[in-house]
Design a binder for this molecule. Sequence first.
Ligand SMILES: Nc1ncnc2c1ncn2[C@@H]1O[C@H](COP(=O)(O)OP(=O)(O)O)[C@@H](O)[C@H]1O
Ligand SMILES: [Mg+2]
Length: 342
Amino acid sequence: MATTWLRPNVLGDPRAEADAKMLNAAFLETSDYRTLIETSDRIIVVGRRGTGKSALTASLEKYWRHVNSVQVVKLAPEEQQIMGVRPLIQLFGSKFSWIRAGARLAWRYAFMMELVNCISHRYRFSTTEESDFLKHRADLWNRLGASVFDRYRKLLKEKIDTAQGPEERIAELPIALDLTKVENNLLTTCADSGELVVFLIDCLDEGYEPDDTGVGFVDGLVQAAIDIKTHFRGVRPIVFLRDNIFRAVEKLDPDYSRNIEGHVLRLHWDPELEVEHVTHLIEVLLSGGSPDSLVQQDFLILDDARAVLRALYSVGFVGVRDPVTGKFIFCHDGRAPDREFN
Ligand SMILES: Nc1ncnc2c1ncn2[C@@H]1O[C@H](COP(=O)(O)OP(=O)(O)O)[C@@H](O)[C@H]1O
Ligand SMILES: [Mg+2]
């Protein structure tokens, strides 16, 4: 007989990525979630591990995918993709400000190419003079790889001119990318369309190393996100950052207070919110909203440890499921306790 153990973590997996079914049923719409939907000035979202950055990414993606005039691009690198970018970023030299400058230029280009991918099907886009040039650039960009991080790495590999020193490599990059022309053409074709493109960028802690290369790469991305947001009214990047990475950016970037600070939303996850979260999950499970029909549990909220012991004693809490009858068989006989616990 096949044995099915009751899932021990009935309240969900500790990481949002592995918890998609539960999140779908039981995402708690926190005030941070509403802030991100209703306002547009906070584009850097900072929180410790487990404060719900990936849960927010998934839920915002789901929300915006259902809005007609919005397109969503989600970027979540895997460890090896960040590892692969590092040696190329190091070609910008040993100074933090150089690494940041090079990474930022390439990210600006990457954002704009992805923007072309999002808007190239629009009627207004195809009627503009600039569309052929931009489409051609986007075709070349798309051929660089299957995901944005792969394309980014290949772009650096192709466009960094290693014959020169680091400072000149940085100075040559926007010329090699035709950055100003791309930007101007895109501004013309994007103007006043009334549509929104949202970039959700999560998981930058995958493959992250806390050195100048790692921090400069993230800082370059953050700065480029701010650049894109400032230039293009219809673009809304949101970068989710773990607090340790954000602190490193804060420490190393001399322009932090001038450029970054005002765009930050710090996630809070206090005990009150935790209680609300658990209560909400229990409600969802009790109302049959559980995504996993195998899990059927009684929930008791008890106010002292002895009551918990009594309750556990009287109910079997480990069981097997008979797949033929669909019944659960518990290891305990279910008798009420015949003694007091002192
Ligand atoms: N608003 C929320 N509603 C329901 N579950 C949440 C919420 N925020 C986070 N969680 C859950 O908490 C856990 C940790 O969240 P996660 O998004 O992985 O954190 P982070 O990405 O910040 O490390 C996951 O199981 C996730 O599903
Ligand atoms: Mg996460």
